[in-house]
Design a protein around this ligand. Structure first.
Ligand SMILES: [Zn+2]
Length: 266
């Protein structure tokens, strides 16, 4: 794990004039104001996966002044990533994704502390990372990681912003286990279900789709941190980008869920 700032976060006190100017367009929003901006500065977001979704999520959260971002990804930048992973340029090919992203994010907003985890993380470490964060954004590309992230979030009682994008199809949901009435990811997608794992490497992915889904995840994360508005908790948004049609599906808590159900010992 690496940390770009050894000293404490730069925005621990009241905002100075430069910060008020930098964040003025958020501060001007009646639903945010100075208070929400201060909360962003004091917040810690954990982003799991710095690919097509993690790129725009990290970029928007850094630009918005979320004080600490922890980036988890074991991959290196490949030429095939550049079609949609907009934090990376051609010179970054071969570099660790978390390092290439960290360099770009420091240029976007040097006030943000970026912690990088360039390894695969097991459930135990994920649980520690989730417990230290205020919001977790799942930008991974496989069911095993999504289920592990969900378990960590339920155990830590932290809100999870989930996203997925493949071909022209996108999904976004929030699983907020701070309220035990809310469903978790496992309530929606059981591990026993025989899902065909569909990956960008074999199926293709429409480049702007990851931007749309990632920007929507960033929006939900900022709303949760502010806090402002109504989150997507208990709702799943489905996007067909080919027809440009959105659908919303209600997600119901599974009383027998082995992750968040009443028989799970906390
Ligand atoms: Zn559940």
């Amino acid at each position: 794990m690496r940390d770009n700032q050894r000293s404490s976060a730069l925005m621990s006190g009241p905002m100075d004039d430069t910060q008020l100017l930098r964040y003025s367009r958020h501060i001007l929003l009646a639903e945010f104001g100075v208070d929400a901006q201060q909360r962003f500065a004091e917040s810690h977001a954990l982003i799991v996966g710095i690919g097509g979704l993690g790129n725009p999520v990290a970029q928007f959260l850094a630009a918005a002044g979320v004080g600490t971002l922890t980036l988890v990804d074991a991959d290196r930048v490949a030429l095939t990533n550049l079609q949609r992973q907009i934090l990376f340029d051609t010179a970054a090919v071969g570099k660790a994704k978390v390092d290439a992203a960290g360099t770009r994010l420091a240029a976007v907003n040097p006030e943000v502390r970026v912690v990088t985890v360039p390894t695969r993380v097991a459930l135990g470490e994920l649980s520690l990372l989730a417990a230290a964060a205020d919001v977790i954004i799942d930008c991974s590309d496989n069911f095993a990681t999504r289920h592990a992230v969900n378990r960590a979030c339920v155990a830590a009682k932290k809100p999870l912003v989930s996203g997925a994008a493949i071909r022209f199809d996108g999904q976004i949901a929030v699983f907020d286990s701070r309220d035990p009435a809310n469903p978790c990811y496992h309530c929606l997608f059981g591990e026993g279900d025989e899902f065909e794992e569909t990956r960008c490497a074999t199926m293709g992915v429409f480049a702007p789709l990851v931007g749309i889904v990632g920007a929507t995840q960033a929006a939900e994360a900022l709303k949760l941190l502010a806090p402002a508005g109504r989150s997507l908790a208990g709702r799943l948004l489905l996007l067909d980008a080919l027809a440009m049609e959105w659908r919303e599906v209600r997600v119901i808590k599974d009383p027998a869920c082995p992750v968040c159900g009443p028989r799970v010992r906390s």
